[in-house]
Design a protein. Structure first.
Ligand SMILES: C[C@@](CO)(OP(=O)(O)O)[C@H](O)COP(=O)(O)OP(=O)(O)OC[C@H]1O[C@@H](n2ccc(N)nc2=O)[C@H](O)[C@@H]1O
Ligand SMILES: Nc1ncnc2c1ncn2[C@@H]1O[C@H](COP(=O)(O)OP(=O)(O)O)[C@@H](O)[C@H]1O
Length: 282
C-alpha cells in the first residue's frame, strides 16, 4: 500500500572514476565510456504530502541555487506526474562535476515512487531530465556508455574504499568543457573490466585510464590542476583525478583514517574550498 507520510531520500554524489569521450552524435551529445561510483556524501530530498507542487531549498549550499521552476527536483516531480511539498537539503556544490542536480532528480523520482507505491521508471524515461539522471537512479557502481543511457552493472563488486572530494570554488559549465575538447574520438576503456582484488589494484587500473574532460577543464579553470595536486599529495592517496566536467576532483584512499586526515588537512589549508570525505558506496 502507498505510504502517504513524509519520505526522505539520500542523493549521493556521482564520481566518474574514468571518463572517456569516444565520439559525438549528430545532435551534438558526446558518447562516453565511464566507470561511475557514488560516495557517502550528498544532498537529501524530503517529500511531504501536499496538493500543490512546491520546493524549498535548505543546507550549506542553498545560497548557490535559487528556487526556480526548472530545478531538477521539480522537473523530476512533473515527469512523475506528482504533487507534494519538497525540501532539498543542498550540500553538494552546484555545477561541479559530481552530478548534484542529477542526483537530486533521481532522489525526487525515488521519493515520488515511494510515496505512491509505484515502480521506478526505466532509464530511458528519465534521460530527458539530464544525461546523468539514469546513472544516478541506478545509484550503484556501473560502466556508463552511450550519452549516459547505457548502464552495465560491474561483473565483480569493487573493493571497499574512501573518497575525498575537493572543489576549488569555480563552477565550470559542462557544455563549455565539452566544446573545448581537442578530440572527440578517444579510445574507450578495455572491453572487459578486470576484477579488482584490492583498492591498490583498482587505482593501478585507473592510472592507465583517463578523464578526457580534464585537460579542457583545466584550460578553462587552471586552479583544477592545483586541486588535483593537493589531493594527490595527501598521505594514503592512491590516485587523484577530476570527476565529470569538473571542477570537483577526487582522491581515492584505502584507509578511513587517512581519508579523514586528508579532509581535515585540505579544509585547513584551503578554507575557500569545499572538501568532503565519504565511503565508496557498494
Ligand atoms: C559530463 C557528465 C559525466 O557524467 O557529468 P557532469 O560533469 O555533468 O557531472 C555528464 O555526462 C553530464 O550529464 P548532465 O549534466 O546530466 O548533462 P545534460 O544536462 O544532459 O547536458 C548538459 C550539456 O552537456 C553536454 N553533454 C552532456 C552529456 C553528454 N553525453 N554529451 C554532452 O555533450 C551537452 O553540451 C549538454 O548540453
Ligand atoms: N537541484 C539542483 N541542484 C543543482 N543544480 C541544479 C539543480 N536543479 C537545476 N540545476 C541546474 O543544473 C546545472 C548543473 O548542476 P549540477 O548537476 O550540480 O552539475 P554537474 O552535473 O556538473 O555536477 C546547474 O547549473 C544548475 O543551475
Amino acid at each position: 500500500m502507498p505510504d502517504p507520510g513524509p519520505v526522505a531520500v539520500f542523493a549521493p554524489a556521482k564520481i566518474n572514476l574514468t571518463l572517456h569521450v569516444t565520439g559525438q552524435r549528430a545532435d551534438g551529445y558526446h558518447l562516453l565510456d565511464s566507470l561511475v561510483v557514488f560516495a557517502d556524501v550528498g544532498d537529501w530530498v524530503h517529500l511531504a504530502p501536499a496538493d500543490r507542487l512546491t520546493l524549498a531549498i535548505t543546507g550549506p549550499q542553498a545560497a548557490a541555487l535559487p528556487v526556480s521552476d526548472d530545478n531538477l527536483v521539480l522537473r523530476a516531480a512533473r515527469l512523475m506526474g506528482a504533487g507534494g511539498s519538497f525540501t532539498l537539503e543542498k550540500r553538494l556544490p552546484v555545477a561541479s562535476g559530481i552530478g548534484g542536480g542529477s542526483a537530486d532528480a533521481a532522489a525526487a523520482v525515488r521519493a515520488c515512487a515511494a510515496a505512491r507505491g509505484c515502480a521506478l521508471p526505466a532509464a530511458a524515461d528519465v534521460l530527458a531530465l539530464g544525461a546523468d539522471v539514469p546513472v544516478c537512479l541506478a545509484g550503484r557502481p556501473v560502466r556508463m556508455t552511450g550519452v549516459g543511457e547505457g548502464l552495465e552493472p560491474l561483473a565483480h563488486p569493487l573493493p571497499a574504499g574512501w573518497l575525498v572530494l575537493a572543489n576549488p570554488g569555480v563552477a565550470v559549465p559542462t557544455p563549455a568543457v565539452f566544446r573545448a575538447l581537442a578530440r572527440r574520438d578517444n579510445a574507450p576503456m578495455p572491453g572487459v573490466l578486470p576484477q579488482f582484488g584490492t583498492l591498490a589494484a583498482l587505482a593501478g587500473f585507473l592510472n592507465a585510464q583517463r578523464n578526457d574532460l580534464e585537460p579542457p577543464a583545466i584550460q578553462i579553470a587552471p586552479v583544477i590542476d592545483g586541486c588535483k595536486a593537493a589531493l594527490a599529495a595527501q598521505p594514503g592517496c592512491l590516485i587523484a583525478r577530476m570527476s565529470g566536467s569538473g571542477a570537483t576532483c577526487f582522491g581515492l584512499f584505502a584507509d578511513e583514517r587517512a581519508a579523514l586526515a586528508a579532509e581535515t588537512a585540505l579544509q585547513a589549508a584551503q578554507p575557500g574550498w569545499w572538501v568532503a570525505a565519504g565511503a565508496l558506496r557498494p
